[in-house]
Design a protein around this ligand. Sequence first.
Ligand SMILES: [Zn+2]
Length: 436
Amino acid sequence: MSNPALRDEVVQLAQALIRLDTSNPPGNETPAAELLAEHLRAAGAACELIGPDPSRLNLIARVRGTREGPSVMLMAHTDVVPAPTDGWTVPPFGATLRDGRLHGRGAADMKGELAARAVALAEYARSGERPAGDLVLVAEADEEGNTADVGMSWLVREREDLRCDYAINEGGGILLDLADGRRVVTISVGEKQVSSLRVRVHGTAGHASVPAAADNPLHHAADATKRLLETEAPMEITPVVTRALEALGAPAALSESDAIEWAARLHPILADELPPMTRLTVTPTGLKTYEPSNVIPPYVDVICDCRAVPGQDEDDIRGHVAGALGDGYRYEMELLEPLAGGTESPVDTPLYEACREYVAARLPGAELLPLVSPGFTDSHWVRGAFGTVSYGFAPVFTMDLDAYFDGVHGADECLDVADLVEMTEFHLHALRVLSR
Ligand SMILES: [Zn+2]
């Protein structure tokens, strides 16, 4: 980084954020929002703490636009998942610097990224540059829990003024060294839809002392679980997947499924992420009965996690489950909540170009690789409410990826300081390019 003061600033801010325990539950994100507000106010940004729960406030920091031009939102959540001390070799909330890495809960997901976005906006504000459209940082509560309706879900409903043209959030920017020597950098442009499903498998109740007299539904539920685990939904190639295969240079002669297999061999992360991008998954994650242990229950609930590709609906889930289970026993199914998420942003945008340009300058020859995330991020809220073009992108170009991904929601979470600095530079670049 050309300016060593910015490096110190982003490291210190990330450390201060990590030292505030915002484990969710319960969250208690307000001190993190206050810390950021103090930092950004000193730089000249207008700051507002807001939310329905005083202990879980969100920060909106804004540098006002001065003329016609696109508005840009930098997003990051202030909460973290809890940090059981098992497996940690440093205190989870100590923000230890060791071997060029910043350690602690949230270093990677996502207080490092949050600090980088805040410092980029602070630097922009201090520079006296006058943006075209508004530049906004939203530091939101409750992303990890996503059930209390105090964070982004609340903000998009209550604050129409958060409507922005572009948003940058978590979920991409990972440099992948491919098996054939080429390099790509991921950018998350969409998300799968998420729901959960209850398949209630029936039998007949009875006393466990005379097991032969009952039709034990556990027998059927075990079979249903096995069938759901073994049945793959048909492949569904969305435009993003087509574009990803193009970016990877998949040979045109290959069938879709061969192209996915070919691409999966290029990198272990692609082997993990590409197949779920192309199919509905219905994954059993629990079995429930509601009787004491001496009763053969009348039914068993098979609880499943459902992830549908953008464009699919409840009928696709029902059709898949019915096909997997056949008609050997009685069951009914119910979605436990409506399908949520599943939004996608187009890639022919100035923000995509700003990311591509940054990657091309920093890593000559590397391509951007658009992906659909199997998980759920707050990008979904701004895409859904405002039609904002939102991408997951924050450069991780230096850090060992195994250590990076092991730490996210795991022990010894850490981020290479070089990447923290890189993230700051990237966001400053994006703000300057988009606010011209
Ligand atoms: Zn996160």
